[in-house]
Design a binder for this molecule. Sequence first.
Ligand code: MN
Length: 278
Amino acid sequence: MQRSVKSIFPTHTVLEGGGFQVRRPVAMGALMSPFLLLDEMGPVNYGPKQAIGAPSHPHRGFETVTYMLEGSMQHADSAGNSGDLNPGDVQWMTAGRGIIHSELPHPDFYDKGGVMHGFQIWVNLPAKDKMMQPRYQDIPSNDLPVVESVDGKIWAKVVAGEAMGAKAVIDTVIPIQYIHYRMKEDSKLSHKISAGLNGMIYMFGGQAEISGKVIEDGQLIILDDGDEVEITSEDGAEFLVLAGPEINEPIARYGPFVMNTRAEIHQAVMDFQSGNLA
Ligand code: MN
């Protein structure tokens, strides 16, 4: 059954972390399990020594996923992981019981300036996995599956899940789909999302049509249930497809901690303050 458009949300621009500019769908957090946040970082053109990032901060109870399109970041965390994130790279970080990390512009990028563009999404974890050991998957662009349609009109990069026969190399705790699609002019795409999973699309370029509705750059589209979604584009389009299960548990959230109860949030704050979070 084809999934139709259930609702369309606009985005607004906000300043996050040390002051970096993101485009964020309005009211995203409350909308669609298991995703807690979707930030499009930039695109913003920084002058030399202007780029801003997020200095050392904690997380507990969920996952942060960073996908760079342009620019270069450098990260380091309390579990001893560190590395660079260059265009096309993905970092899938499962904070689990706790991690403290920094996400900063790469020093070379900071010195020279340039365009920074990418995505950070937050994926919730079910209660049974919230306190799991932190896990970290740092996947360079070349190792992420990319697939093109026979006519060359559809391009897809598979961060999580599966698209056009290509399977992700990233392992997720709960079943997640995270696909980056580019459609050329006059193209048509049929994408499978298992029935029962929540599905959505974030457009960040061009224009497309789903179930008779026109969807535009900067819109978040929540899909009805079904087992596939048909997307057509006259002028070309670029978007993310995201899907995952309904977790159906209470959410207690305070800044960088996402748990089930206020008592667990209180514990996370105490653990952080006493140096026992990570
Ligand atoms: Mn973070």
